[in-house]
Design a protein around this ligand. Structure first.
Ligand SMILES: *[C@@H]1O[C@H](CO)[C@@H](O)[C@H](O)[C@H]1NC(C)=O
Ligand SMILES: *[C@@H]1O[C@H](CO)[C@@H](O)[C@H](O)[C@H]1NC(C)=O
Ligand SMILES: *[C@@H]1O[C@H](CO)[C@@H](O)[C@H](O)[C@H]1NC(C)=O
Ligand SMILES: *[C@@H]1O[C@H](CO)[C@@H](O)[C@H](O)[C@H]1NC(C)=O
Ligand SMILES: *[C@@H]1O[C@H](CO)[C@@H](O)[C@H](O)[C@H]1NC(C)=O
Ligand SMILES: *[C@@H]1O[C@H](CO)[C@@H](O)[C@H](O)[C@H]1NC(C)=O
Ligand SMILES: *[C@@H]1O[C@H](CO)[C@@H](O)[C@H](O)[C@H]1NC(C)=O
Length: 766
């Protein structure tokens, strides 16, 4: 449908010919989603579903008990025992004796009484513990089943005619008993349909992926929920040759997908081995298996670059109409609303609801009427100008995220999605833009998280709205909604089908929301530290790769990030909650990570806690209105951070390892940074060094680091961001020493900031 404009761009814009658009540029394809991957399982069907990219389709095993295992050589320790000559009988045998252990209950062997008894026995290959003995047969009189040990014969069951043709399972409770054989004895002729036994390993089921070739595996993601209490244990096993395996245990009852870091190794086979509980008709499941190298789905880390924007310029806050005060922001005083949060935020992002402007997206928002005091088309009372003016008075620039979803503006109410969106964009830019309008708003996002629309629908709205804005005001920054770039199979949130090549000329920024979660061993989502290599905080990597390929000169904005925590009288009850101290510490570390990852903006979510109790309700920099917007430690820590390095820039990564993340900062932006041979010294023009251990905030580890300083360092001083209290979130440190040009200090999970004073005289111990 939109083929012609695309062709037009290709013909007239040579740049488009040179660059090649790749909608999937962010993806690090799982090894199981590549060519020539096959799957096998010990039983059951639909085994291909474990690599179909759908977490909700599954393989289901067969059931080991009551008798399904009999034909399985990996479970039935008596299978083909007679064929191997391990069966004896004192009676006459009709049919071949092999039928007793051939795994097939439809073939039989008849044992007749020699004198007074008919006896049939089978020996195990090696004596071992036996868990279950299965016997099906036809008996003419009382028939006894025994287990044999090296020095005894113990009866475990008596069978009679009422058991004829049934499979009877006898469970042996004594797990110390070393069984050497099984014997059946009767005073009259009997028929054996099948005799089998389960050995010490019990029942197990395996699903095995053959990657088709050897790969370097360091991360495995499995949705392996076995069925409630269906399995007692689950092993994740890897092998290069299919013979020797390494093994990691997983929690079989984990309901959600789990990502496991394994020792980096060459592997061609990935196997899940379920130890199945011995209940009749018990089955296990596997939904999906994926594997990558040590970086997992996120791929390699972003190459650090000196920042163009200072920390103060980077940091902003997500707000909302009235900032939780139930009244216009212009009615608020100093220390309230925008005049509170501007202490740490140079910009503010608003959730600007489309349905506050128009009742129907095909209608005109009537901003001129609004400016004249008569409200928008949708809300007779609303005046965005008055609201946004207060934000501007607090010296924050404004990013309006136009919020619409299929819930609030269903796809079917848009008569002409692209044209209606274009019209709205034009009206918006005409009213709020700096070229034709009042200049209150500097950036517009075409949607916040519009993940419930189909991709082509959203793509059309983005095409229309972005073109509409740019046709009126080229300086207004146009930002698409936030999407992820790592997983094509997550069709609701994938960027590749929504931000298309034809909008590249009308958008200015790529948008990302990044929260720091992992799924624990039980598949439960937890808040975690931002450096965690499994953390979803790493979603900036795939988006950054996508940007590098498709829109290489456009900045990446993180328009939402943060952690939920309790504190200032408000509890946090979700599994994602972290402590108030961890929230503050991760905020500082997270901002450093974003700065080193070439992220231009980091807009904290949320200005305050909200009234709800679920995820994201406790992300505030302050408590909610109910607790009077009291500052949490994260707020005071950001204030302390900006008061020291607000006007500084990320400069370089000195070290990023388990022994510490150490970055240098500069008072000079990227454009001024001097590079060259540093001969193992920190760069000249370094103003600060910031360092911490990249682990959980509650971990009390520390490490000593030594850094050779430039020769002109006159003095050093340091502070530590402890996160311990909002009154004194930072403390001066003295546990560092300078020997020659070497600076030695101790780092912990609390970021430690060293300020370097350049000068001409000899170094002074700080
Ligand atoms: C897949 O297998 C086919 C046939 O064995 C082979 O020709 C092809 O090169 C393989 N593809 C890959 C990507 O290994
Ligand atoms: C067969 O054994 C059952 C117990 O397993 C018993 O209840 C039943 O009376 C026996 N039948 C005969 C005919 O001996
Ligand atoms: C906004 O910035 C101006 C100029 O830097 C300054 O004079 C003013 O005090 C600031 N206003 C607020 C509310 O911070
Ligand atoms: C959007 O919502 C409408 C009405 O609730 C529904 O009929 C439609 O299927 C939804 N669209 C998508 C893409 O889910
Ligand atoms: C927070 O939780 C604690 C422990 O569960 C409880 O004692 C306290 O009353 C709660 N506080 C609030 C404000 O809900
Ligand atoms: C940066 O450092 C270099 C080398 O020490 C020095 O020559 C230069 O003047 C510094 N630049 C600024 C702007 O301070
Ligand atoms: C500085 O540290 C380096 C490495 O830690 C060491 O090799 C060097 O001798 C130290 N220099 C001084 C003056 O202590």
């Amino acid at each position: 449908m939109n083929f012609i404009p695309v062709l037009f761009i290709l013909v007239t814009t040579p740049v488009a010919l040179v660059s090649s658009w790749d909608p999937d540029a962010g993806i690090v394809l799982s090894y199981t989603k590549r060519d020539n991957v096959t799957v096998q399982a010990t039983s059951g069907g639909d085994v291909g579903r474990v690599i179909d990219g759908n977490d909700n389709t599954n393989w289901v095993s067969g059931s080991c008990l009551p008798s399904y295992y009999l034909h399985r050589s990996d479970v039935n320790i008596l299978l083909n025992a007679c064929e191997s000559g391990r069966c004896t009988t004192n009676g006459n045998v009709v049919n071949t004796v092999n039928h007793a252990t051939d795994g097939d209950p439809y073939t039989t062997v008849s044992v007749s009484a020699a004198s007074t008894t008919a006896t049939f026995s089978v020996m195990l290959e090696t004596s071992s513990n036996v868990k279950v003995i299965s016997l099906s047969g036809k008996y003419n009189s009382e028939t006894k089943l025994f287990v044999l040990t090296s020095n005894s014969r113990q009866q475990i069951k008596t069978l009679n005619t009422s058991n004829n043709y049934q499979n009877i399972n006898s469970f042996i409770k004594d797990d110390q008993l070393q069984v050497t054989g099984v014997e059946i004895e009767s005073s009259s002729e009997f028929l054996i349909k099948e005799l089998g036994a389960i050995g010490p390993d019990g029942c197990s089921e395996e699903v095995k992926v053959d990657l088709g070739e050897a790969r370097s595996v360091g991360t495995v993601r499995t949705r392996h929920w076995a069925g409630t209490n269906s399995a007692s244990a689950l092993a994740l096993m890897l092998s290069a040759d299919g013979h020797t395996w390494t093994q990691t245990s997983l929690e079989p009852n984990a309901l959600h997908a789990v990502t496991t870091t394994v020792k980096l190794q060459i592997a061609r086979y990935i196997k899940l081995r379920y130890s199945v509980n011995m209940k009749n008709y018990n089955k296990v499941y596997c939904y999906e298996i994926d594997a990558w190298d040590a970086n997992g789905i996120w791929g390699p880390s972003i190459a650090p670059k000196p920042a163009k924007h200072s920390f103060r310029d980077m940091l902003g806050v997500n707000g909302i109409w009235g900032w939780g005060n139930q009244k216009y922001s212009y009615m608020l005083g100093p220390g309230e609303g925008p005049f509170l949060y501007n202490a740490i935020a140079s910009h503010a992002r608003n959730y600007h609801n489309l349905n506050w402007d128009v009742t129907d997206p095909d209608l005109d928002p009537e901003y001129m009427e609004m400016a004249a005091g008569r409200g928008t088309q949708a809300m007779g009372w609303l005046n965005w100008d008055r609201e946004y003016q207060a934000w501007r008075n607090a010296n924050m620039t404004i990013d309006a995220s136009i919020q619409f979803t299929n819930k609030t503006m269903p796809d079917y109410v848009w008569d002409t999605p692209e044209q209606s969106a274009r019209h709205y964009g034009q009206e918006f830019a005409n009213h709020f833009g700096s070229e034709k309008g009042n200049g209150l708003i500097s950036a517009i996002e075409v949607g916040n998280e519009p993940w419930d629309y189909d991709a082509p629908f959203y793509a059309a709205v983005l095409r229309g709205m972005s073109a509409g804005v740019k046709s009126v005001d080229t300086s207004m920054i146009v930002v698409p909604a936030t999407f992820q770039a790592e997983n094509k199979d997550d069709v609701h949130t994938y960027i590749g089908t929504r931000v298309l090549e034809d909008v590249a000329t009308n958008i200015d920024v790529i948008n990302c929301h990044t929260y720091s979660f992992i799924n624990d061993n039980n598949g439960v989502r937890r808040g975690t530290y931002p450096e965690n290599k499994l953390s979803s905080f790493n979603n900036i990597r795939p988006l950054s790769r996508w940007r590098d390929v498709n829109t290489p000169n456009k900045p990446l904005w993180v328009t939402e990030w943060g952690w939920d925590s309790h504190g200032v009288g408000e509890n946090c009850s979700g599994t994602e909650c972290v402590s108030e101290r961890a929230q503050a510490i991760y905020a500082v570390r997270g901002l450093m990570l974003l700065a080193r990852s070439n992220i231009e903006r980091a807009t904290w979510y949320f200005y305050a806690n909200t009234d709800c109790e679920t995820l994201f309700c406790r992300s505030g920099l302050t408590s909610s209105h109910r607790a009077d917007f009291k500052k949490k430690t994260v707020f005071t820590m950001f204030e302390a951070l900006l008061s020291t390095i607000g006007e500084s820039y990320f400069q370089s990564v000195w070290q990023e390892s388990a022994d510490g993340y150490i970055y240098t900062l500069s008072r000079l932006s990227q454009n001024h940074t001097v590079s060259g041979d540093l001969s193992g010294h920190v760069p000249p023009n370094t103003s600060h060094i910031i360092a911490w251990l990249p682990i959980d905030a509650d971990d009390t580890s520390f490490k000593q680091v030594t850094i050779p300083l430039p020769h002109d360092i006159h003095s050093t001083s340091g502070i530590r961001f402890t996160g311990f209290s909002s009154i004194q979130p930072i403390v001066p440190i003295s546990d560092f020493s300078q020997c020659g040009q070497n600076l030695t200090f101790v780092i912990s999970t609390e970021p430690c900031l060293i300020t370097l004073q350049h000068g001409t005289s000899a170094p002074i111990v700080g």
